[in-house]
Design a protein around this ligand. Structure first.
Ligand code: MSP
Length: 510
């Protein structure tokens, strides 16, 4: 069987600039994409921008530019921040691209031809920031139940999608595929929502024009979520599939999204796909939201944390590490500079950085920087080295559960055990006794080989750091393949290893 892996981020609205919330999803996808590549998978990793809809049209008007001008300007900010964050996406889709428009039109046509799209009238409450219709009873004191902002009554001719028809099929699918929606608490939420009953869904608008016109009726623009969700297949070349990417990668292995847009991905998208007779994605994972120093992040509070600023201040790998280490993926978390700094100082500078500088310094002092052969292993050595295969196996499971913080804990237990191994074997004492030269060699070999493995294991999270570490250890820094390289003993005796400069300088809090 071909080993392929297809992972996607949501496509980001261009009426906002990139912040840590966006960076979080994209980063999580990047880590998985890198891990899967290291495991020999051919990876398709998609991100992009959602450029249609009333929200973007309104934002453009307010700026005195056309929606496309706005999109062209903001898309560059997303692209450059992803580059700076070391995101290894293989494609970037914009919903204003021709390939996407064709796919959306075709998807609409196909579902219409099946009889699952019909023309009717809509009268309901609309929340523009969420681009969502609500019934009178769903409103909370007249405001949007999701975001709490005002809604307005809209009556218009509209195309409807027969979502109600797919209610039972969707329930069955969720029940039969326990991993389809994750985490579990979110799956239960969706199941009860669907069991309450699915209404047909309005999938076109006539009150504005910035979008993809309905086929054969350009009075209507296609609903922005019908449009946006299709990106996951339009980017693969659906429906023509000239390059065979759709055939190769669909269904997606995982759509990673925030909890606020789960319903669109776990209800609307699957039913659209069912209507079009296409397979459903294997997994939809909804992560939690970040607050900033205890408060909701928002433009009006002026507390939006921009990844650019963070990277310039703390370095890219520190941010990549922090965001995925601090909070279990799936739960909400709080961003603060003080917790970021304390993670950098304790986990990165102290634990990881010290291990490398201590051990390379000792290798220089005791063996002139040339890696000795490992001799007979003592109990303490086998206890140490045996941790690695166990951790590597556990990591694979943690990756498939998207338990990034646990995966980092697993790696950091190895790092701590490395530091402990130094304390317990006390190489400085062995060095004083000539008869212990072989013993000292064994200890030094184990320490440095451990760090070759640690570098490979941290690589998906911290690619630059891994590269630096591997180069210090005399390996090819660009080759972070795990398959075939993740068993003990890969570092050849005789390798020259220089004393490492600190990987992460300590940061003083003020
Ligand atoms: N355009 C839609 C997605 C369409 S996907 C077919 C959209 N865009 S968005 O730009 O508003 O949000 C994109 C993602 O950013 C969502 O997954 C959302 O959860 C995430 N986040 C926005 N603010 C966030 C935080 N404060 N914290 C974590 N993630 C947050 O929705």
């Amino acid at each position: 069987m071909d080993k392929t892996f297809y992972i996607s981020t949501p496509i980001y609205y261009v009426n906002d600039v990139p912040h840590i919330g966006h960076a979080y999803t994209t980063l999580a996808c990047d880590v998985l994409a890198r891990y899967k590549r290291a495991r020999g998978y051919e990876v398709s990793f998609l991100t992009g921008t959602d450029e249609h809809g009333q929200k973007v049209e309104t934002a453009a008007k307010a700026n005195g530019e056309t929606p496309l001008e706005l999109a062209d300007r903001v898309v560059k900010r997303f692209q450059s921040v992803w580059e700076k964050l070391n995101i290894s996406n293989t494609d970037f889709i914009r919903t204003t691209q021709e390939r996407h428009k064709q796919a959306v039109t075709e998807q609409f046509r196909k579902i219409e031809a099946k009889g699952d799209i019909y023309l009717g009238h809509y009268e309901d409450w609309y929340c523009t920031p969420c681009e969502t219709f609500w019934t009178e009873t769903q409103l909370l004191d007249g405001t949007c139940p999701d975001c709490g902002r005002p809604t307005s009554k809209l009556k218009e001719e509209s195309y409807f999608f027969r979502m109600s028809k797919y209610q039972d099929q969707l329930i069955k699918h969720i029940e039969e595929n326990p991993d389809f929606i994750q985490p579990k608490s979110r799956r239960n939420e969706i199941l009860s929502f669907v069991r309450e009953g699915l209404r047909d869904l309005s999938i076109s608008r006539t009150s504005f024009s910035w979008g993809i016109p309905a086929p054969e009726n350009d009075k209507h623009v296609i609903y922005v979520w019908f449009d946006a969700l299709t990106n996951y297949i339009s980017a693969l070349g659906y429906p023509d599939d000239k390059d065979g990417l759709y055939k190769k990668f669909w269904p997606a292995d995982a759509h990673v999204i925030g909890k606020d847009i789960l319903r669109f991905h776990a209800v609307y998208w699957p039913t659209f796909l069912m209507a079009a007779d296409l397979p459903l994605p294997k997994k939809v994972f909804a992560h939690g939201w970040w607050t900033v120093e205890g408060q909701k992040m928002s433009k009006s509070l002026r507390n939006v944390v921009e990844p650019n600023m963070l990277i310039d201040t703390y370095g890219v790998d520190a941010i990549r590490y922090f965001l995925l280490r601090e909070v279990p993926f799936g739960l909400d978390g709080d961003f603060s500079h003080s917790s970021l700094i304390s993670r950098i100082n304790s986990d990165l500078a102290n634990d990881l950085g010290n291990l490398l500088s201590r051990s390379t310094a000792m290798l220089g002092k005791y063996f002139g920087g040339v890696l000795p052969q490992a001799g007979t292993a003592d109990e303490i050595d086998t206890a140490f080295t045996a941790r690695f295969p166990k951790a590597i196996e556990l990591l694979d499971k943690q990756y498939s559960d998207m338990a990034f913080n646990k995966a980092l804990q697993t790696i950091w237990e190895l790092i701590s055990s490395g530091n402990k191994y130094i304390d317990e074997t006390a190489p400085w004492a062995l060095a004083k006794d000539d008869s212990q030269k072989e013993r000292l060699g064994t200890v030094m070999y184990n320490l440095l080989e451990a760090q070759r493995l640690i570098a490979l294991l941290v690589a998906p999270f911290m690619p630059d750091t891994a590269e630096k570490m591997l180069e210090i250890l005399g390996c090819d820094g660009k080759d972070v393949t795990l398959d075939g390289h993740d068993s003990w003993g890969g570092l050849p005796a005789g390798t020259e290893i220089n004393k490492a400069q600190p990987l992460f300088p300590r940061i003083e809090s003020d």
